[in-house]
Design a protein. Structure first.
Lengths: 388, 164
C-alpha cells in the first residue's frame, strides 16, 4: 500500500503538533509558576480556595474576569468529574474511589464544582480542578484529594486512593460504545434478515467501510490469515472513529476529548502490542532474537529490536493522542480568540477558521482511525508473516 | 505533565470497555456481518461464473444450431439433387422404355398389318381368282356358245401353246 505520502504528512503534522504542545506547555508553566507563587502559599487552602471561587464568581458577574485561554483549553482537553454543558449547568458523574478502607461511590455533585469538600465513608475528599491540580505537580493526574483532619490536603493519603471514577471521558466512551453496539447489532440483524440481498440503509452506508477495512487494510498487510484479526481491526477502527467523531460534536453526547486522552490511546496501543506479540510466529521472534546480522552486532541489534516491540505501539499511542488533542486545541484556541480580543468583530474570522479546522478534523478523525488500524494490521502482518 | 500521564481509572475503564466491546461486537456483529458479506460475495461470484458458463453454453448451442442448420441445408440440397437426378433418370428410362415399347408396338403393328395385308391380299387373290374364274367361265361360256368361237379359242390357245 502506498502510504509514503500519508506518513510524510503525518510526520510533519506530528512535528507541528509537538511544537504547538511544547509551546503550550511552556506558556502554561510560566502561568502556573506565577499563579503558584501568588495563590498556593497561604496556609488555609480551604478558605483560600473558597475565597478564590467566590471571587471568580463575583468577577464573572461583573464581566471583569480575566479570560485565560490556556485554562479553558486545558480544562477541556483534560478529563473531568463533571460533564459541563453550558454556563453553570453540568451533569454530575459518579465518583468511584478505591481506598485502603474499601470502595467509595458518590456523586460528583457533592463537590459543588470544587467549592465543597465531601465527607465520604472513609475519608474527606476535595475536588482539585485543572489548574490547581497541576500546581501541585501531580504526576498521577488525581483530581480528587484526601483532606486531612487539619483541613489540608493529605498527599500521603491521597496517593493510596485510586480513582476509578466514571469521568467525562469514560462516560463519553460508554456513549460511543453503546452507539457502536446499537448500530452494528442493527446492521447485523439486517444482514440476517436480508440474506444474500443487496445492502440497504445504514447497512449500505457502513458496508463499504467494513469492506474497506477488510480489503484495503487487513488483506494486503496480513495476507491469507487476515480473517482471524478482522474482529480486532474492525473494532479498533470503529471505536476510534466513533470516539473521534463524537469528540468533534460540540455539545453533550460529544465534546469529550476521548481519543485525545493518552490513557485511551495507551490502552489501544497496548492492545495492538499484545495482539502482535501473542500472535508472533517463530520467524518473528527469530528476527528479534537472532537478527540477520554478524554475531558481534547482536549486543546492539537485539536491544534495538526489543525496543522496537515497544516503540511501534508507542508511536501509535502518541500519534492518535497528539493528532486529536492538537485538533481540539486548535479549535478551542480559535474560539478563544473572540474572548481574547473581547470583540464580536473577530467572530466571523474565528468561525471561518473553526469551520475549516472542523472539516479538517473530520478528515483527521477518519484518517487517524485508518492509520491506527492500518499500522496495527501492518504490525500484525509482520508478526504472522511466513518466510519461505 | 498531566496531559501525557495516563490516569489509572481511565486506563482501567478503557481496557474493560474495549475488551467488552471487542468480545460483544465479535459475537454480535462482526461474525454475522463478515459471514454475510462473504457469503454474498461468494454467491455473486458463483452467479457471475454461472452466467459466464451459461453464456458459453448459449454460444455453443447457437454454434451447434448453426451447424445443424447448415448440415440440414446441405442434406436438403443433396436430397433435392438426388431426387432431380433420380427423376431425370427415371424420366429418361421411361422415355427410352416408351420408345422401345413404342417401336416394338409399331413393329408388331407393322407385322400385323403385313400379315393382314397378306391375308387380305390372299383373300383378294382368292376372290380375284374365283371371280376371274367365274368371269372366265362366264366369258368362256359366253364365247363358247357357238362352235366357231370355241374352235377359234382352242386354236388361239394352241397357238399360245405352240409359242410356248
Amino acid at each position: 500500500m502506498d502510504c509514503n505520502q500519508v506518513f510524510v504528512s503525518k510526520v510533519k503534522k506530528v512535528i507541528f503538533v509537538f511544537t504547538l504542545l511544547i509551546a503550550f506547555l511552556s506558556i502554561r508553566n510560566n502561568t502556573f509558576a506565577q499563579v503558584d507563587s501568588t495563590i498556593v502559599s497561604p496556609d488555609s487552602v480551604v478558605a483560600e480556595s473558597a475565597h478564590a471561587v467566590s471571587g471568580e464568581h463575583g468577577a464573572t458577574e461583573h464581566g471583569e474576569e480575566k479570560f485565560e485561554p490556556t485554562k479553558v483549553i486545558m480544562e477541556h482537553i483534560a478529563d473531568s468529574h463533571v460533564w459541563h454543558l453550558w454556563g453553570h449547568t453540568s451533569i454530575p458523574l459518579p465518583v468511584i474511589l478505591y481506598t485502603s478502607g474499601g470502595l467509595e461511590v458518590f456523586s460528583s455533585a457533592h463537590f459543588h464544582h470544587g467549592e465543597h469538600d465531601y465527607q465520604g465513608k472513609y475519608n474527606k475528599y476535595r475536588l482539585v480542578t485543572g489548574l490547581k491540580q497541576s500546581m501541585t505537580k501531580d504526576m498521577f493526574n488525581k483530581n480528587i484529594k484526601v483532606v486531612g483532619a487539619d483541613g489540608q490536603i493529605d498527599e500521603a493519603a491521597s496517593d493510596t486512593v485510586i480513582d476509578f471514577s466514571i469521568t467525562k471521558n469514560v462516560a463519553a466512551m460508554f456513549i460511543a460504545i453503546i452507539l457502536i453496539v446499537i448500530i452494528f447489532a442493527s446492521i447485523a440483524a439486517s444482514y440476517k434478515k436480508r440474506v444474500g440481498k443487496a445492502p440497504k440503509g445504514l447497512q449500505s452506508f457502513l458496508e463499504p467501510v467494513i469492506i474497506f477495512v477488510r480489503d484495503d487494510i487487513a488483506k494486503p498487510n496480513i495476507g491469507h490469515k487476515y480473517a482471524k484479526f478482522m474482529p480486532y481491526l474492525l473494532t479498533i477502527f470503529f471505536f476510534i472513529l466513533f470516539n473521534n467523531l463524537l469528540g468533534l460534536f460540540p455539545i453533550f453526547p460529544g465534546s469529550a476529548n476521548v481519543t485525545g486522552n493518552i490513557a485511551l490511546t495507551f490502552v489501544m496501543a497496548t492492545a495492538t502490542m499484545l495482539v502482535v506479540n501473542l500472535n508472533g510466529n517463530k520467524y518473528y521472534w527469530k528476527h528479534i532474537l537472532t537478527p540477520d546480522v554478524p554475531w558481534w552486532l547482536y549486543p546492539i541489534m537485539i536491544p534495538v529490536e526489543l525496543i522496537g516491540i515497544i516503540s511501534k505501539p508507542f508511536a501509535l499511542m502518541v500519534r492518535l493522542f497528539a493528532n486529536i488533542t492538537a485538533g481540539h486545541i486548535i479549535v478551542l484556541s480559535l474560539i478563544s480568540l473572540i474572548f481574547i480580543f473581547k470583540t464580536l468583530a473577530i467572530a466571523p474570522v474565528s468561525v471561518a477558521f473553526v469551520l475549516f479546522m472542523d472539516v479538517l478534523e473530520l478528515l483527521v478523525a477518519f484518517l487517524q482511525a485508518f492509520i491506527f488500524t492500518l499500522l496495527s494490521a501492518l504490525f500484525i502482518g509482520m508478526a504472522v508473516e511466513e518466510h519461505h | 505533565m498531566e496531559l501525557v500521564t495516563p490516569s489509572i481509572g481511565l486506563v482501567f475503564w478503557t481496557a474493560l470497555a474495549f475488551i467488552f466491546l471487542l468480545l460483544l461486537l465479535r459475537k454480535l456483529a462482526w461474525k454475522p456481518i463478515l459471514g454475510a458479506i462473504h457469503e454474498r460475495e461468494q454467491s455473486i461470484d458463483e452467479a457471475l461464473n454461472k452466467a459466464e458458463l451459461a453464456k458459453q453454453e448459449m454460444a455453443r448451442l447457437t454454434a451447434q444450431n448453426q451447424d445443424l442448420m447448415q448440415q440440414a441445408r446441405a442434406e436438403r440440397d443433396e436430397i433435392l439433387k438426388e431426387a432431380k437426378t433420380l427423376k431425370d433418370s427415371i424420366l429418361n428410362e421411361a422415355k427410352k422404355q416408351a420408345q422401345v415399347e413404342g417401336s416394338k408396338l409399331i413393329e408388331k403393328a407393322k407385322i400385323e398389318i403385313e400379315n393382314q395385308k397378306k391375308v387380305a391380299l390372299a383373300e383378294v387373290k382368292d376372290q380375284v381368282s374365283t371371280l376371274s374364274l367365274e368371269i372366265a367361265e362366264r366369258v368362256l361360256r359366253g364365247q363358247l356358245d357357238d362352235k366357231t368361237k370355241q374352235e377359234a379359242l382352242v386354236a388361239n390357245l394352241l397357238k399360245d401353246v405352240e409359242l410356248n
